[in-house]
Design a binder for this molecule. Structure first.
Ligand code: NOJ
Length: 580
C-alpha cells in the first residue's frame, strides 16, 4: 500500500515536472521555438458556447462560468470569434464598433474578467479582427455614404454612377452574387465582397489604416495575446477595377486574393502593432500558392506568424473523399514549410460543418472512434493545432431539413438565390445538410437537461437532439469517452516536443485506407497510424513494433501485432514511440 503511494507520488512529481518544464522552457535547444508554435488553440463560437443570462444566446459570462472546463482540456489558448458591437448580419463579422462589446455578449467589464480568468489559468486569448469590411451600421460608413465630400468617404470603395455600371465583382453572400450595391443617397455604388451590410474598407487610405492599427493597439494594450485576421487576403484591391476574363469572375481566391499592396499593409501592421507586443498573428487564407503563403509568414518578411489554408477543409464532399488526396494535401503543405514559415492544422471551424460528419463517420458505431482518430491526426501533425468547440465531445452535424431552421446568412441567401433562378431546392437542402456552417454552430452540449444545459431560454439555433447521449457531463464521467481521449492526446502533444517541431515523414504513401507517418525530433521518434475507414486495414510499413512503446490508442484492447503484420481496426489510431 505504502509502496503504491510512493509510486503514485513520484509519478505525479515526474509528470508535473515534465509538463511544466516543457510548458515554460520549450525545446530550449531549439532557436526557432515560439510559444505560438507550441500553442494548442481551442476555438469558441461565443454565441453557442454557454448562455448565462437566459436570452438564448451564448455570452461572455457564460464562457467565464466554464473557464475551469476549458482549463481541464489542457488547451493553452482560446480563439474567440468576434465579440464586438454588431447588428449581427453575419454573427459578429459585421462590426459596428470595434472598441465595444456586442450587447448580446455582455460588457467590457465581462471581457476584462474573461481575459483575467484565462490568464490566471495560464491560457492565452486570440481575438478575431474583421478588417476587410465593417458593418454598414458603423459610424464610418454612415458618414461615408452621407456625402461624396465627407471625410470618411474614402474609408470605403465607391464608384460614381455617372461613370456607368462598375465592372462586375462577385460577392460571396449577396443574393444576386453582385458585390456592388447602388446607394441613391450619393448616386454611387459601394463594394461588398460579403453581404450588403458588410461594406469593404479601403486599405489604400492611410488614415483608415491608422485607425485600424489604433484599434488593434487598444486591444493589445488590454493584454490580449493574438490576432486572427479575418478574410484579410482580400483587403487590398486593384482599384482600377479591370474586367476579369469571362468565366473567371467568380474565381474568388484567384482574382480577389493577394492583390495590390497587401504585403505592404501587413508590414506596416507588423511595424505598428505586432512588433510592439508579445502577440501571435494568424491570417485566414493563404493565397493561391505556396509562394503566396510563404510571403505571408516567413519570419524575415515581418508580416504574420502563420496562416491557414483551406485545401484540407475543402476536401470532403457529400459523396465522400479520398484519403490519398487528403494525405497528398497535408504532406505537400508540410514539405513546403519544413524549413521556413509555420502553418495551422485544423479540420473544422465556424465556417465548416462538424469534423466527424465530414472527415470521419458519425454513425453510432463509429462516431466515437473516428472523432478520436481525427483528434489524433490534428494533435500529431506539424503546425499549430486549432480545435473547434464541441469536437472534443464528437459533436455531429444537425442536418436541418427545413430552411426556417437555418440562421446563417450564407445559407439563407444562397437559398433565396436558388429560388430566384428556379434551382433544385431539394438538392440544395441535401447539400446544406452536409456542409452548411450552421451544422458547426449548434449549442455546446453540456448535459442531458433541457437545451443541453446551454440556456434556460430559447436557443438562437436549435440544439442537436443527440445531446441526451453526446454531452460533456456524460463524457466527463466516462474514462473512455471522446472527451477524455482528447485530454490525453493534448497532453501527449504537450509532453513530446517532437510532435511540435519534429520532422514529418509520410509512410505507406499509396495506402488508400491508412495514414501512417513518423515525427522525428531531438532524441525521439514517434509513429502515428490512423485508419480512416470503417473496415480493418493493413499498414504496409517495415517497422518492428515489438520493442516500440504504445503511447496512445483509441481502442481499449491493445492491437495484436501478428507476425509483424499491422492490421488496424475500424478508425483505429495509435501513437508509438519507436526505440532509437
Ligand atoms: C470569414 C469568417 O470566418 C466568416 O465566418 C465570415 O462570414 C467571413 N469571413 C466574413 O467576415
Amino acid at each position: 500500500m505504502k509502496q503504491h503511494l510512493r509510486f503514485a507520488i513520484s509519478f505525479f512529481i515526474l509528470t508535473f515536472f515534465a509538463k511544466n518544464t516543457f510548458a515554460q522552457s520549450p525545446a530550449s535547444a531549439n532557436p526557432n521555438a515560439k510559444w505560438w508554435k507550441e500553442a494548442i488553440i481551442y476555438q469558441i463560437y461565443p454565441r453557442s458556447f454557454k448562455d448565462a443570462d437566459g436570452d438564448g444566446i451564448g455570452d461572455l459570462k457564460g464562457i467565464i462560468s466554464k473557464l475551469d472546463y476549458i482549463k481541464s482540456l489542457g488547451v493553452t489558448a482560446v480563439w474567440l470569434n468576434p465579440i464586438y458591437s454588431s447588428p449581427n448580419d453575419d454573427n459578429g463579422y459585421d462590426v459596428s464598433d470595434y472598441r465595444n462589446i456586442m450587447k448580446d455578449f455582455g460588457t467590457m467589464e465581462d471581457f476584462d474578467a474573461l481575459l483575467k480568468g484565462l490568464h490566471e489559468r495560464g491560457i492565452k486569448l486570440v481575438m478575431d479582427f474583421v478588417l476587410n469590411h465593417s458593418s454598414d451600421e458603423h459610424k464610418w460608413f454612415q458618414q461615408s455614404r452621407s456625402s461624396r465630400y465627407n471625410i470618411y468617404r474614402d474609408y470605403y470603395h465607391w464608384w460614381n454612377a455617372e461613370n456607368g455600371k462598375p465592372p462586375y465583382r462577385y460577392s460571396l453572400f449577396d443574393v444576386n452574387g453582385d458585390a456592388w450595391k447602388y446607394d441613391s443617397l450619393t448616386n454611387a455604388y459601394y463594394l461588398h465582397y460579403f453581404s450588403r451590410k458588410q461594406p469593404d474598407l479601403n486599405w489604400e487610405n492611410p488614415t483608415l489604416r491608422q485607425e485600424v492599427f489604433d484599434i488593434m493597439k487598444f486591444w493589445a494594450d488590454k493584454g490580449i495575446d493574438g490576432f486572427r485576421l479575418d478574410a484579410f487576403q482580400f483587403a487590398a484591391k486593384d482599384t482600377t477595377y479591370p474586367g476579369f476574363p469571362n468565366g473567371f469572375e467568380k474565381k474568388f481566391n484567384l482574382y480577389y486574393a493577394m492583390q495590390g499592396n497587401l504585403h505592404g499593409y501587413l508590414q506596416q501592421m507588423y511595424h505598428e502593432v505586432f512588433s510592439k507586443y508579445d502577440v501571435m498573428s494568424v491570417a485566414e487564407g493563404a493565397g493561391n500558392s505556396f509562394a503566396d503563403a510563404h510571403n505571408l509568414v516567413d519570419s524575415n518578411r515581418h508580416e504574420l506568424n502563420m496562416t491557414y489554408a483551406f485545401d484540407g477543409v475543402d476536401i470532403p464532399k457529400p459523396e465522400g473523399y479520398s484519403l490519398l488526396h487528403f494525405k497528398e494535401v497535408f504532406s505537400k503543405w508540410d514539405s513546403a514549410f519544413q524549413n521556413d514559415g509555420w502553418l495551422s492544422i485544423f479540420l473544422s471551424n465556424h465556417d465548416q460543418a462538424r469534423m466527424v460528419s465530414r472527415f470521419g463517420n458519425d454513425s453510432p458505431p463509429f462516431r466515437d472512434l473516428s472523432s478520436k482518430m481525427l483528434a489524433t491526426f490534428i494533435m500529431t501533425m506539424r503546425g499549430t493545432p486549432y480545435f473547434y468547440y464541441g469536437d472534443e465531445l464528437g459533436m455531429t452535424n444537425i442536418r436541418f431539413d427545413d430552411i426556417r431552421d437555418y440562421r446563417d446568412i450564407e445559407t439563407l441567401n444562397a437559398y433565396e438565390h436558388q429560388k430566384n433562378i428556379g434551382g433544385d431546392l431539394k438538392k440544395f437542402m441535401k447539400l446544406k445538410a452536409f456542409e452548411s456552417r450552421d451544422n458547426g454552430r449548434t449549442p455546446f452540449q453540456w448535459n442531458h437537461s433541457t437545451n443541453a444545459g446551454f440556456t434556460s431560454g430559447t436557443p438562437w439555433i436549435k440544439v442537436n437532439p443527440n445531446y441526451k447521449t453526446i454531452n460533456e457531463e456524460t463524457e466527463n464521467a466516462d474514462p473512455n469517452s471522446v472527451l477524455n481521449y482528447f485530454k490525453n492526446v493534448v497532453n501527449l502533444r504537450k509532453t513530446h516536443p517532437a510532435l511540435v517541431y519534429g520532422k514529418y515523414d509520410l509512410l505507406d504513401k499509396t495506402n488508400p485506407d491508412v495514414y501512417a507517418y513518423t515525427r522525428t525530433g531531438e532524441g525521439e521518434k514517434l509513429l502515428i497510424l490512423l485508419n480512416f475507414t470503417s473496415k480493418n486495414a493493413k499498414a504496409n510499413i517495415k517497422i518492428d513494433l515489438s520493442k516500440a512503446n504504445l503511447l496512445l490508442s483509441n481502442y481499449k484492447i491493445p492491437p495484436s501485432l501478428d507476425q509483424g503484420n499491422i492490421v488496424l481496426r475500424p478508425y483505429e489510431s495509435m501513437v508509438y514511440k519507436l526505440p532509437r
